[in-house]
Design a protein around this ligand. Structure first.
Ligand SMILES: [Zn+2]
Ligand SMILES: [Zn+2]
Length: 267
């Protein structure tokens, strides 16, 4: 079987591009020629008939509707309970309910009560929805799309904590980490080493003028300097706000901007 593929459904920060009311050059471009038009961060891993959805933000309905074929993911992983990563959960449950299929949705254990609080009706076990619509991701990981996938907690600056996902197969290793800032060296050594690919969130191009305690995600210039990102060899920057123009060259060998709809072969 051919290698798995990573398909970027959405590559924006929490606010989308263009932002409401914003007249900046990137937002204007996003409204017209649209190289920078971005929906909230989400991705699909596909391997044959096996598919894994990473996060389900508020743009999920449109993201799934524009796929060539209807899809019931083999599994869904939710990284953390912020709107831009989980607000599409209601749509997702309906989507699979209409398709008559059972869906395995996983989140790190500490995230589940926060999802339950936001989607109370879905956790009552009536209608389309099962009694436990979201299951804890087992610590030993989940085997899907030819990989074992495990979650690890990362600091998310002023926004608390988030989780990233590490994918290991016998021949290929990569990480999907969209919402992190100041990852400690011990976590990086354990989870971000020996990678073939890193998907890394970098919301702004240069936030050095902002107070660090108010920030929540790396910026592009920091990402280019992170030793574990440089060691990964191939880095795709995602979770990009209107401060980033993907038409501009990225000054770092092995670094690229992820774009809406981009597909990369894994392994
Ligand atoms: Zn986010
Ligand atoms: Zn703007």
């Amino acid at each position: 079987m051919s290698p798995a593929e990573l398909h970027f459904l959405g590559t924006s920060d929490s606010k989308g591009v263009p932002r409401f009311w914003c007249g900046c050059a990137v937002c204007q471009e996003a409204r017209t020629t649209a190289a920078n038009r971005r929906t909230r961060s989400s991705a699909l891993v596909r391997h044959g008939a096996d598919t894994l959805l990473l996060d389900c933000g508020p743009d999920l309905h449109a993201q799934l509707a524009r796929l060539d074929t209807p899809l019931i993911p083999s599994a869904v992983l939710i990284s953390h309970a912020h709107n831009d990563h989980m607000l599409g959960l209601g749509d997702l449950l309906d989507y699979v309910g209409y398709a008559g299929g059972r869906l395995n949705i996983y989140a790190p254990e500490k995230v589940i009560p926060q999802l339950q609080e936001r989607f109370t009706y879905a956790f009552r076990g009536n209608g389309f929805h099962r009694a436990a619509p979201v299951q804890p991701l087992p610590p030993q990981g989940l085997d899907v799309c030819g990989y074992t996938v495990r979650a690890f907690e990362v600091p998310h600056g002023a926004n608390g904590t988030s989780h990233a996902f590490r994918f290991d197969s016998p021949t290929h290793r990569w990480v999907y980490m969209t919402d992190a800032l100041d990852v400690p060296a011990d976590i990086a050594a354990c989870w971000l080493s020996n990678l073939h690919l890193l998907v890394l969130g970098a919301s702004f191009y240069d936030e050095s003028a902002a107070e660090r305690k108010g920030r929540s995600v790396y910026d592009v210039l920091e990402a280019l300097r992170l030793p574990w990102a440089r060691a990964a060899g191939h880095v795709l920057l995602s979770h990009l706000s209107h401060d980033v123009d993907v038409r501009q060259p990225l000054p770092g060998e092995g670094f690229r901007y992820a774009r809406e709809g981009l597909c990369v072969e894994l392994g």
